[in-house]
Design a protein around this ligand. Structure first.
Ligand code: GLP
Length: 256
């Protein structure tokens, strides 16, 4: 099962995830990082920037992207990844790919899968989760075998993301996202969630039945998952006492 770590705030979560990323990059400077957008991972990027590690050889693959925004739109995930991750962390932009930007949209899914495979696969994938349980932009119903492809956003996700745009009508309807199958191939998944709004999605992902109706539950099919949540996001979990006990008794040598 996933390791569940309950932290006091986003800063503590960021430091923990940064530890795992830096341990990986110390082993292999050209490690492949799976990068997520959204407000959830911001503490991770902040913590990493604060450590001033040399990440210039690390490679990156973003999880997802809107389809239909003009090139250079500040809310495109290409722009967000550049602003929030590449620049503050000192990554080499030419080593960071975002789906939908490698060639024509018709073959963008396949092209992205080939690029990930050519890089040797993702070593550590940072993940957030949507209030409806989506990971990446894999909305409820997405196949656990799905690969990178163009999808249609739910109205709930468009409403959730409207805060980044002037109005909900400006949020694109289509997106391109790594599939649940793509995400499951990453060697280590680090899923973060904060706040009460994510409690139901986290409970479904960690303890609910494995079902395409809860895309986050795909993590139960993976052998190396770390879920980092605050008290509010953990509030729907039934086995919380065990998670705390297991974390308190974790062998020191294990790492995340
Ligand atoms: C967005 C992104 C996801 C992200 C999720 C949660 O739509 N496509 O990758 O994990 O929704 O966003 P936030 O972290 O801002 O709550």
């Amino acid at each position: 099962m996933a390791e569940i770590v309950i932290v006091k705030d986003t800063a503590e979560a960021g430091e923990l995830a940064a530890d795992a990323i830096l341990a990986l990059v110390a082993r292999r400077a050209d490690a492949v990082l799976g990068l997520a957008t959204g407000s959830t991972p911001l503490g991770v990027w902040r913590a990493l920037a604060g450590r001033r590690a040399d990440l210039s050889r690390a490679r990156g693959f973003a999880l997802d992207e809107y389809v239909g925004l003009p090139d250079g739109h500040p809310e495109s995930y290409r722009a967000v990844i550049t602003r929030e991750v590449v620049e503050p962390l000192g990554l080499d932009e030419s080593l960071v790919a975002v789906p939908g930007h490698l060639g024509p949209i018709e073959t963008a899914g396949e092209d992205y899968e080939l690029a990930i495979r050519a890089a040797g696969g993702v070593d550590l994938q940072v993940l957030g989760i949507g209030t409806d349980g989506h990971i990446g932009f894999n909305e409820p119903g997405s196949s656990f075998e799905s690969l990178t492809r163009v999808k249609t956003l739910t109205q709930q996700t468009r409403r959730d993301n409207a805060r980044f745009f002037a109005s909900v009508d400006e949020v694109p309807v289509n997106c391109i996202t790594q599939g649940l199958g793509t995400i499951r191939r990453a060697r280590h998944l680090v899923l973060l969630a904060f706040g009460e709004g994510k409690a139901a999605a986290i409970a479904a992902a960690v303890e609910g039945p494995v079902t395409a109706s809860a895309p986050g539950s795909a993590i139960q099919l993976h052998s190396h998952v770390t879920v980092i949540v605050d008290e509010a996001a953990a509030s729907g979990l039934a086995n919380v006492d065990y998670y705390r006990y297991a974390w308190a008794n974790k062998p020191e040598w294990e790492g995340l």
